[in-house]
Design a binder for this molecule. Sequence first.
Ligand code: GDP
Ligand code: MG
Length: 364
Amino acid sequence: MTEKIKKYLEEYQNVKLDIAITGESGSGKSTFVNAFRGIDNRDDRAAPTGVVETTMKPEPYPHPIYPNVTIWDLPGVGTTTFSADQYLEHVEFKKYDFFIVVSGDRFSENDVMLAQEIKRMDKKFYFVRSKIDDNLRAEKKSQRNYNEKNTLQQIRGYCLASSQVFLVSSFHLHLYDFSTIQDTMEEELSSLKKYALTLAFPNINQSSISKKKEVFRSQIIYYVILSAAVAVVPIPGLSFCVDLVVLDGLFKSYLIGFGLDVVTLNKLSTISNIPLEDLMAECKCTLSGQEITATLVVKFLTSFERMGMTTAEEDYSMISILGDWIAARRSFVFLKEFLNSLLDGLFDDAINVQKKVGISKEEQ
Ligand SMILES: Nc1nc2c(ncn2[C@@H]2O[C@H](COP(=O)(O)OP(=O)(O)O)[C@@H](O)[C@H]2O)c(=O)[nH]1
Ligand SMILES: [Mg+2]
C-alpha cells in the first residue's frame, strides 16, 4: 500500500507543464515570464528584460520551486522573417501545453496570425495585454473624470474584439485579470497538469492560495498513511509513533507552497520594503517563517496533542491490551486532524502576508 501511494504521489510531483510566452519584441514577454515564476526582474535567475532581443531560440525558465513546470521565453514575433507556421515549427510548438501571446499595445497582425496558427495546430492560446499599470497611470494624469473601470473597459474593446483578452500588469499580478487566467487555464487542463499549475501559480490572492490549500488537503490522507502506517520509532513526549522524515518533508513543502518559508519571506521583505518582523507579525502559525527541523516537528506535534485537539475516540489505557491496531488508528486520527488544522493556519498566514505586501505595493 505505501509503495502504491508513493508512486501515486510521485506521478503528481513529476508531471510536466510547459508554457510558451510569445508576442512582439518589447511587449513584456520576459517580464511576464519572471512574474509568473514569482521572480523579480532584478533576480539573477530572471529572464533578461528591457534588452534588445537577440535570442532566436526559446529559452526555458524552470519554476524556482516546481522545476517540472517550465515557462518558455520565445523569440519575438516579427523579429524574424518567419511566417506564423514557420515560427511555430522553429520553436517546436508541440512541446508546449499552451501559449500566451503577450502584447503591450494593440494586438498586431503578427500576433493574430500566430494565434490562428496555434489554434490550427490544435493548441491552446491566451491573449495577455500587459503594462496595464502604465496605461492607467497615463490616463489618470490626462483625464479630468478618470475612472479605472471605464478605462479598463476601453482598453479591452480596443485590444481585440474577436477574442478574450486578459489585462495584466506583470508588476501587480494581484490586480486586473491575472487571477482569471488561472481559472480559464485550469478548465482546459487534465487533472495532473492542473495540479502542477495550481502549485506553480503565484500566490496573488485568496483564490490562488485557497486552491493550493485544497490541493494539499486532497493529499493529506496519503501522507497520514505514509507517516502513521510505517512509523516504528516512538517519539518522547508523544503517545504514539509517526514517521518524522515524512512529516518534515511535508511541512517544508507546505511552507514553500504558501510562501511562508524563510527564504521567500526574506525576499518578500526586500522587494516590498516591509521589515521581516512585520511580515512575521502577520503569521500566527508556529511553523511559519521557521527552519523546519526534527526537533521543531516534535515540539509542534506534542504541543498540538497537549492542547487536546484530537478527537478522544479511544480509551488510551486500552492501547497496551489491544496493541498496535489502536495505536495506529489513534495516530491516524490525530495526524489527519493535525494536518487539516495546520493547513488552515498556514492558509490564514499566507493570506495575511499577501494582504500586507499587496497593500504596500498600492501605496508605492
Ligand atoms: N509598467 C510596466 N512595464 C512593463 C510590464 N511588462 C514589461 N514592462 C516593461 O517593458 C519593457 C520590455 O519588457 P520585456 O519583458 O523585456 O519585453 P520582451 O522584449 O517582450 O521580453 C521593460 O522595460 C519592462 O520593464 C508591465 O506589466 N508594466
Ligand atoms: Mg525578452
